[in-house]
Structures are given as structure tokens and as C-alpha cells.
Design a protein around this ligand. Structure first.
Ligand code: BEZ
Length: 210
């Protein structure tokens, strides 16, 4: 069955390029981005994994761990990472799950038979410290994902989790944010100072500094 927002992220123990991992133990209370790619030694995937490696500093700053998966073996991944380093100018600094038995692919419904019978699509699951799924994305094999967008969503998710703030259309960090409808006016005043309310249900505030 498809995984939906708010569901517990299924746990698994599996071999990766960093050795055997129990997913929940490896996460250890941090945020995680679990993302699948269709196949090793393919062009779009090579660029995606290289770019994700370059974002390590951004992920670390947000307490996020990245982990990739495809139905190729760890042996195959270990050969391919040399090509990623050579062509993308960065070493792969996160684990890649070997999933030839489709353990993770099946748990997370990453094979969409009407797209391809055997290969994983480009799925993304952002999982919170509570191991609950906060975001799902699905892209076809031919479209590389925008990992800057994934970072932007994580910033929004963390504002919601930590400060009960929401983010408006096309928000980027530094823009005004929105007070969640669950927060009363009195509480909003207390927590954020004054707010700008063009409508009673539309309340903007500056994003509080940490
Ligand atoms: C790619 O990563 O370039 C790719 C993988 C599978 C199918 C199509 C493209």
C-alpha cells in the first residue's frame, strides 16, 4: 500500500555502501531524506547523487541524513561511485542501499509497474525525527529532481515542527511566513510579537531567528 503523510516510515535492515544499516537506528532521531533512483551507471542518476553529496553541509546544518536506494547491488554501487566522483567532482558521502531483492522498494512502493516493471521510480521521502513521513515526491526516470527544492521544503517542515509556522506560495527563507490557523491571535502576539493580518485567517510574521 502506498505510504501517506503522517504514516510511520517502515523500518528495515539492509546492506549499504556504508555496511549494514537498520534504518531507524541509523536515523537516530534526526531528519532523513530517503530517495530512490532507477539504476546505477545512468546519466540523470549520476548527476542527482553528485549534487546530493555537495549538499552535505546544508543537510548537516538542518540535522538531516541522506540515504539513496536502487535495485542494484552494493557491489554495483561501489563501482559507480567512482564515476560519480570523477564526473561530478565530489565523493558520495551518504549510504546507498543495495536492494536487489526489492525489500525497500516494496516497503516504500517505489516500483510503479505501469512506468517500469523492474526499476524504482524517483521517489523522495522526507522523514521527521519522530520517524513519521512528512513529504513524498515521485518523479519519472527521465526527470532529475531539484534537490534545492527538497532543502526548501525541509526548511518549511522544520518551521512547522518547531514553531507552528506555515509557508506561503513560492516561499524561500527570508520571506514572511504564516501563522498556523491552530495558533490563536493572543498566542501569536505572545510568540511572534505583532503580525500583519490582511484577513483574520491570513496572518504574516517575520520568521523568528533561532
Ligand atoms: C537516468 O538516470 O538517466 C535514467 C535512468 C533510467 C531511465 C532513464 C534515465
Amino acid at each position: 500500500m502506498a505510504i501517506r503523510l503522517g504514516d510511520e516510515a517502515p523500518n528495515f535492515t539492509i546492506d549499504t555502501t556504508d555496511g549494514e544499516i537498520n534504518f531507524h537506528d541509523w536515523k537516530d532521531g534526526s531528519w532523513a531524506v530517503l530517495f530512490s533512483h532507477p539504476k546505477d551507471y545512468t546519466p540523470v542518476c549520476t548527476t542527482e547523487l553528485g549534487y546530493t553529496a555537495k549538499l552535505k553541509g546544508e543537510f548537516d546544518a538542518r540535522n538531516v541524513k541522506a540515504i539513496a536506494v536502487s535495485v542494484d547491488s552494493v557491489e554495483s554501487h561501489n563501482g559507480w561511485v567512482a564515476d560519480i566522483e570523477e564526473t561530478q567532482g565530489t565523493a558520495v558521502n551518504f549510504p546507498i542501499i543495495g536492494d536487489p531483492d526489492r525489500t525497500v522498494a516494496d516497503l516504500y512502493d517505489m516500483i510503479h509497474p505501469n512506468a517500469d516493471n523492474t526499476l524504482t521510480v524517483r521517489s523522495v521521502f522526507v522523514i521527521g525525527p519522530d520517524n513519521k513521513v512528512k513529504l513524498t515526491l515521485t518523479y519519472p526516470a527521465s526527470t532529475g529532481r531539484n534537490f534545492d527544492e527538497i532543502l526548501r521544503v525541509i526548511d518549511s517542515l522544520q518551521l512547522t515542527a518547531e514553531k507552528q509556522l506555515a509557508t506561503p506560495v513560492n516561499w524561500t527563507p527570508g520571506d514572511k511566513v504564516i501563522v498556523s490557523p491552530a495558533v490563536s491571535d493572543d498566542e501569536a502576539n505572545e510568540r511572534f510579537g505583532s503580525f500583519d493580518a490582511p484577513k483574520p485567517y491570513l496572518r504574516y510574521v517575520d520568521a523568528p531567528a533561532d
